[in-house]
Design a protein around this ligand. Sequence first.
Ligand SMILES: *Cc1c(COP(=O)(O)O)cnc(C)c1O
Length: 411
Amino acid sequence: MQAKTPIHAPIDQFPVSDGKLVIGGMPITTLAARVGQTPFYAYDRQALRARVAHLRAALPPAIKLHYAMKANPMPALVGLMAGLVDGIDVASAGELKVALDAGADPAEISFAGPGKRDPELWQAVASGVLVNVESMRELPVLAAAQQALGLPARVAVRVNPDFELKGSGMKMGGGPKQFGLDTELVPEALAWIGREGLAFEGFHLFAGSQNLRAESICEAQQKSYELALRLAASASSPVKFLNLGGGFGIPYFPGEQRLDLAPIGANLAAIVERAAKELPQAGIVIELGRYFVGEAGLYVARVVDRKVSRGQVYLVTDGGLHHALAASGNFGQVVRKNYPVTVANRVGAAEREVASVVGPLCTPLDLLADRMDLPVAQVGDLVAVFQSGAYGPSASPQGFLGHPAVVEVLV
Ligand SMILES: *Cc1c(COP(=O)(O)O)cnc(C)c1O
């Protein structure tokens, strides 16, 4: 017999009580009343803590975990994460402010991203954070800031490697890219850094994102390590920081499974062992965004209307792509697929039907679930979209069509 494709990616992170999804220890209906409005995002502290602990248990203790806060920059959540992980990766001066306000140690903050403006580079030097240099243009600006402020410009070189992360949702290294310095340019940059006396700390490599294949991640980590080791020969001082990237994916779509961490842990253990001899001063870092936060969040909207059009049921909610662009399928998906969605106050109900969940925007793109098997819902019910802890409000066009802003809570 052929296995039936499950209707959802694995979703077991939130218990159900009396037919209601429970998050932060509260039934969803109670939480909705506490928030006082729909739509809202809720992120579960316990799920975040459990995820970090799960990862630490699977990886060698020497591996440092950094949170790439672009996945979810909510200040309270960044504050929680700052206490759980070993460092925060920021990608703008705006994110840097949130990380510093959250109490993250500047010594353990790194700042990556193309097109860093001069004031942002000065802010980074003044803050004492590590800059992942992505362009030769950044070097003289950092040297000037170091000179004027009398503070070290801490730099790592972000390398655009000559390989990519196979099977990634988004490729961010290999071939021509706007990210990092091409491998070929790195010796020249290292010579410049040595000559001008910037505080060289190491390398940053990031091959891609949203990968569910452990063997591809291991291969990218191995190749990244080898490349950094080769490039270290051109550096004027020892490598203290080696960021091997991340790319750990989470299951969003039917048929996808959670990433198998065991081979990744074994692979990193082998790298740590080699590095102890070959790069003895290097702290090895991996940086993850969605893997930490994605499965810990729900997007919750209320059913405003229930319509039947030529036999197809539409649940029209007060939430949509203006808050949840990724869940609507419009943030990097090639073929639209459904995130896991449920009627959060009727989980497990016997009465089910096939329905589409849409938002209030005047565009057919505003689709949260396309013809999904769901509990039968009525006006006033709550729809929850799982896997919504990453790339939510900050990655959505909130101003589009002038609907109310979404609220975020950490529970
Ligand atoms: C976006 C990004 C991340 C986070 O990616 P996730 O898929 O959320 O883990 C990490 N590092 C860099 C450099 C990034 O640009």
